[in-house]
Design a protein around this ligand. Structure first.
Ligand code: MN
Length: 499
């Protein structure tokens, strides 16, 4: 089973020793109160830990290097309650390797009109101190997230919480290891790419294994373990025989149970959190892994079909960023298949041969067994469902040769107008923003793939912030996208990212 670390975020107020001990005591007490209130808000997905006020070059450098070394520290939140000369931060910031959120807030919400004097102004000058602090980031050209507003405001707390998930994505990216059990599909361009550059940029390790090594792990699964998993399938899914002999149906299903257990054991033993397969390179496997891969995705593994390791890593990344999210609606690998071009009802039918993650399912999930239209194996068992309605983001990470580009399209997921009884795969149906024509044109102009990593539970802002931290290009296709502007953006970006 995939494990998650108990991450924490450090809260560091900045100041200086010019204001005397009493003022510094207030700074520390106020910072502690903000930390306590944020932790008690129920909105923070991770604990915030108060750290002593940073007032000197030495202490800032020491604290940030401790943050670098601390496995549980996923990022730093800073706030300049008073003024903190920013030259003191240069060395520490140059050495900091964890994500940083600059919380531009204030301890008091309202100016205390009757009581305000110069002592109050000296103590409460984040409007002043946070500008000095922000300047040095811009000067150093370092990435940071800025959140502005009163710390008790719900939207400010939501933004901090949302950034925490992004920071986890940054930290966890370098722990993603993708297992390839086959190479990329022959002659396909968009699913391929530079794995060395991916490791330099994102920290991803992408390794290949001969398919029959993992087949040996599948063959080693005991009948008892398969039977136990079959009981779980019976309790969770409705089997649709569609005229098949029941015994034969269950034998086919048991093959997927063996693949699920064998694959998971292999992934665990070798410490991989994402996997790619290829329908044309199955070695001794009796079926294309369908239901097995769907359930591994549900458990948090990344997946990409036809050797698509970039999408596999992105699915894993997005699952990490949404793990534990309250009321999460799901994250999956998907593929653009076919259009509905009827005016007013435009959309793209999303599916794959089999491998769609059941976390995005809406309602009952059935198990069906049908022939694949390609390959030479048994009819594989797969989970069939339709996806939830609502807002989501579809992302595609592509390799342009000299850089990676992340394409993010905001989409509105809908139900298809009618059921599709003859289509034995899980599906989603969405209309890209701003509409199908502009959305698809922009996607194609940007070079986006037919495979996507999709989530209902992440925002464009989070993915753009993640891309910024990784130092890669991100382009957004949303309600405001206009083709001429978008084309120019691609041109401008090609200059900015030129090596
Ligand atoms: Mn595909």
């Amino acid at each position: 089973m995939l494990k998650r670390k108990q991450y924490q975020f450090w809260f560091c107020a900045g100041s200086q020793d010019l204001y005397g001990d009493e003022c510094l005591e207030h700074v520390a007490a106020h910072a502690r109160q903000i930390v306590d209130e944020l932790n008690a808000s129920g909105k923070m997905p991770f604990e915030i830990v108060w750290k002593p006020t940073l007032i000197t070059n030495e202490l800032i450098r020491k604290t940030f290097n401790e943050a670098n070394m601390d496995e549980n520290c996923a990022g730093i939140i800073t706030w300049m309650h008073t003024f903190s000369p920013a030259k003191s931060w240069i060395l520490g910031l140059q050495e900091l390797r964890k994500p940083l959120l600059h919380l531009h807030t204030q301890f008091n919400q309202e100016i205390p009109y009757d009581a305000i004097d110069m002592d109050f102004m000296n103590e409460n000058q984040s409007a002043h101190g946070d500008r000095e602090f922000g300047h040095i980031f811009s000067r150093l050209n370092k990435e940071r997230k800025i959140v502005v507003g009163y710390y008790r405001d719900e939207d400010v707390q939501d933004k901090i919480a949302s950034w925490m998930s992004t920071a986890i994505g940054v930290i966890e990216s370098s722990h993603i290891r993708v297992m390839r059990v086959a190479d990329n599909m022959r002659n396909v361009a968009v699913t391929d790419g530079d794995k060395v550059e991916a490791q330099i940029r994102f920290g991803w390790e992408v390794d290949a294994y001969p398919v029959n090594e993992i087949v040996a792990a599948v063959d080693a699964v005991s009948k008892g373990d398969i039977d136990a998993l079959m009981d779980e399938y019976r309790s969770r899914y409705q089997f649709v025989l569609e005229g098949r002999d029941e015994k034969e149906f269950m034998e086919h299903l048991a093959v997927q149970a063996g693949i699920e257990i064998g694959f998971e054991r292999f992934l665990e033993a070798k410490n991989y959190q994402a996997i790619v397969t290829h329908f044309g390179d199955l070695g001794g496997l009796k079926q294309l892994p369908g239901l097995a891969i769907q359930r591994l995705m549900e458990k948090g593994y990344g997946f990409g079909a036809e050797g698509d390791w970039k999408t596999a890593a992105m699915v894993r990344l997005m699952k990490i960023m949404t793990e534990g999210k309250k009321d999460a609606k799901g994250t999956s690998f998907l593929e653009d298949y076919t259009y509905n071009l009827v005016p007013g009802k435009e959309g793209i039918l999303q599916a794959h041969m089999l491998e769609v993650c059941p976390t995005i399912a809406d309602g009952a999930i059935t198990v069906r067994e049908k022939p694949l239209s390609m390959g030479n194996r048994e009819d594989p068992a797969r989970l069939v469902f339709t996806a939830k309605e609502g807002f989501g983001i579809a992302t595609s990470l592509i390799d342009l040769g000299d850089r990676f580009r992340l394409i993010i399209n905001e989409v509105d997921c809908k139900k298809t107008e009618k059921p599709m009884p003859n289509l034995p795969v899980a599906t989603s149906f969405w209309t890209p923003r701003p509409n199908l024509k502009v959305g698809a044109e922009a996607w194609i102009l940007a070079g986006g793939a037919h495979h996507t990593a999709f989530s209902y539970d992440l925002t464009t802002e989070q993915m753009c912030d993640w891309a910024d931290y990784m130092g890669i290009e991100a382009v957004v296709i949303d309600a405001d996208t206009q083709i001429r502007q978008f084309k120019n953006e691609l041109r401008f970006n090609s200059l900015y990212f030129r090596k």
